[in-house]
Design a protein around this ligand. Structure first.
Ligand code: GLC
Length: 472
C-alpha cells in the first residue's frame, strides 16, 4: 500500500510538540513493514538552511483559496528512507513561528487544498491519505466534495488522527464560503455549535478516525475531555479507534545518545549516574543523591501544572529536587521562575524548548512528573521510561495505557487517579520510599527500560486499519 502522511509539523523539519515526533517516526515504521510512505508539510521559514539545501524543486502550481488563486511551490527531499514533500508559499509560511496567526484558517485551507492538488503532479498515488489534527482536517472534507470523482483521485481513503481534541480550528460562519470556498449547501459538514469547526468536518468526512491511545478514544466520548465534540463523536463511534503512539527508539536511546554524559542499558546502568551528575552541574542543582524529578512540558493548563503549583513546596520539603524545562503560559512560567529563585539549588529551570537538554533531563533525573488533566498519548513518559526514569502520572489517556503503578512490586512507574494534588503527593511519596531502597529501585528501572516503546506493534495496527479501509 501507499500512504501519504500529512501534518503541520514533522521531525526533523519543523517541530513544536509530540505531533512532529509521531509524523517523523510512524511512516518509517510502516515503510519498514513493507509499505510505501511519503510525508507532506508546509515549507516554513524556520526550516534550517542545511535541510533546505537538500530539497529539490518539483513544480509550481496554482491553488484555489475560495476565489483567490495562490502560488504553490512543491519541493521534495529524502530523509532516511522517506520522501518528504513541502508546500511553499512565502506569504503563508515565511513567518516566525508555526501557528498563532490571525489567518491560520486561511493558511491551512491553502495547505490542505495544495496537498490534494499536488497529487496530480507527483509520482505517488496514495491508497490512503493519513491526516493529523485540525490543520489537515479539511483534506477529507475537500476530498469528498471536490476530488473523489475526479480522474486519478478515485478510491483514496482518508484517515484522520486526533492528537489533541482541544485544538479544533473553530471559526465564524463567514469563513465557509469566503475562505474555504465551500458552498452553503455543504455547510452541515462543518457546522457545529454555531461555528465552522474544521475538526468536526474531518470527523464527518474521514473514513476512519483514530486517536493516539485506546483510553483517549473512549475518554473523548465524555464531555469532560471532549471540548464539545463528544456529541458528534458518539454518533461516529463505529469508525473511531485508539492506537497507541510509539517513539523512535533509535533517536531516544540511552545506549547510543550522544547528547548525554554517559551511555547505559537495562543491564548496566552505571552510565546513568554520570548523567545525573552532569545534569546537576549543568542546571546548577545542589550536588547529592536525593531524587531529581524531571519535568519537560509545555506550560499549559491540561498538563496539570496547577497540581504541581499546589504541591511543589511540600515535595521540595521531602528532599526532592526539580529539573524543569518548558515554556508556555505566563502564569506558569512565573510560578516556576519564582520557585527557582526561592529554592536555588533545589529547583532548576530552563525556559524554552531545547531538545538536547530535554534528553539530558530524561537521562539525568530519577523520576519524571506528568500529572496531566488529559493526555491523548504523551511521549515524554515513554522517553523517560526508556531512559530508566520512573514516570509519576495521572491515570488518563496514554498515561493510563503505558504506566503501571509499581505498588511495591512489578510496575514501571507510579500512578494516581483523581485530579487532586494530595493523590499526586501520595504517588510521589511512594516513589521516594522505593527510591530509598536501592535494590528495589534498580529493579523498577530495569522494568521500565525493558518495556517495548517502539512503533512496531502500533504500526501493524495502522496497517490493518488501512487494509480494512481498502477492502471496503
Ligand atoms: C499531542 C498530545 C500528546 C500526544 C502527541 C502525539 O501533543 O497532547 O499527548 O502524545 O500529540 O500524538
Amino acid at each position: 500500500m501507499k500512504i501519504l502522511f500529512t501534518a503541520s509539523e514533522a521531525v526533523p523539519y519543523a517541530a513544536s510538540g509530540g505531533l512532529a515526533d509521531v509524523v517523523g517516526s510512524l511512516p518509517k515504521a510502516i515503510q519498514a513493514a513493507g509499505h510505501e510512505c511519503c510525508v507532506v508539510i508546509p515549507l516554513y521559514k524556520s526550516i534550517s538552511p542545511e535541510l533546505r539545501e537538500k530539497m529539490t524543486f518539483v513544480k509550481n502550481i496554482t491553488v484555489d483559496v475560495s476565489w483567490r488563486k495562490q502560488y504553490c511551490g512543491i519541493f521534495e527531499a529524502e530523509w532516511g528512507d522517506i520522501t518528504y514533500y513541502f508546500i511553499d508559499n512565502e506569504y503563508y509560511f515565511s513567518r516566525d513561528g508555526l501557528y498563532g496567526f490571525y489567518d491560520d484558517c486561511e493558511r491551512f485551507v491553502f495547505f490542505d487544498r495544495a496537498v490534494l492538488e499536488m497529487l496530480r503532479y507527483i509520482d505517488f498515488k496514495p491508497d490512503v491519505i493519513h491526516c493529523n489534527d485540525w490543520q489537515t482536517a479539511l483534506i477529507p472534507v475537500y476530498y469528498n466534495i471536490y476530488y473523489k470523482y475526479q480522474q486519478g483521485y478515485d478510491g483514496i481513503k482518508n484517515v484522520f488522527t486526533i492528537h489533541n481534541i482541544e485544538y479544533q480550528g473553530k471559526y465564524g460562519k463567514e469563513i465557509l464560503n469566503e475562505v474555504m470556498g465551500i458552498p452553503m449547501y455543504n455547510a452541515n459538514i462543518l457546522e457545529y455549535d454555531g461555528y465552522i469547526n474544521m475538526m468536526k468536518g474531518a470527523i464527518e468526512s474521514a473514513d476512519m478516525i483514530t486517536t493516539v491511545s485506546p483510553s483517549y478514544a473512549w475518554e473523548i466520548l465524555d464531555p469532560w475531555y471532549a471540548h464539545g465534540l463528544d456529541r458528534i463523536l458518539v454518533t461516529k463511534q463505529y469508525k473511531l479507534k485508539g492506537i497507541l503512539n510509539g517513539i523512535d527508539t533509535e533517536i531516544y536511546s540511552p545506549e547510543k545518545d550522544t547528547a548525554i554524559a554517559g551511555n547505559y542499558t537495562a543491564d548496566d546502568f552505571s552510565g546513568k549516574a554520570a548523567c545525573k551528575k552532569a545534569l546537576i552541574e549543568e542546571m546548577g542543582l545542589e550536588p547529592g543523591d536525593e531524587p531529581i524529578i524531571g519535568i519537560v512540558t509545555r506550560f499549559v493548563n491540561h498538563k496539570g501544572i496547577d497540581l504541581i503549583r499546589c504541591a511543589m513546596e511540600e515535595i521540595i520539603g521531602m528532599g526532592i529536587k526539580f529539573a524543569v524545562l518548558g515554556s508556555g503560559e505566563r502564569i506558569y512560567e512565573e510560578f516556576f521562575r519564582e520557585m527557582a529563585a526561592r529554592y536555588k539549588g533545589r529547583v532548576a529551570l530552563t525556559l524554552g524548548f531545547v531538545p538536547e537538554l530535554s534528553r539530558r533531563i530524561y537521562a539525568g533525573s530519577d523520576m519524571f512528573l506528568m500529572p496531566s488533566q488529559s493526555e491523548p498519548c504523551g511521549l515524554a513518559q515513554l522517553i523517560a521510561m526508556r531512559y530508566g526514569t520512573a514516570p509519576i502520572v495521572r491515570e488518563t489517556g496514554g498515561l493510563r495505557d503505558t504506566v503501571r503503578d509499581n505498588g511495591g512490586i512489578d510496575g514501571n512507574g507510579y500512578t494516581f487517579k483523581t485530579y487532586n494534588a494530595n493523590d499526586m503527593l501520595d504517588a510521589i511519596r511512594r516513589a521516594k520510599r522505593d527510591y530509598d531502597n536501592k535494590s528495589a529501585w534498580s529493579e523498577l528501572m530495569k522494568r521500565a527500560m525493558n518495556c517495548d516503546y517502539s512503533w512496531k506493534a502500533s504500526a501493524e495496527l495502522y496497517i490493518e486499519t488501512y487494509k480494512e479501509l481498502k477492502e471496503q
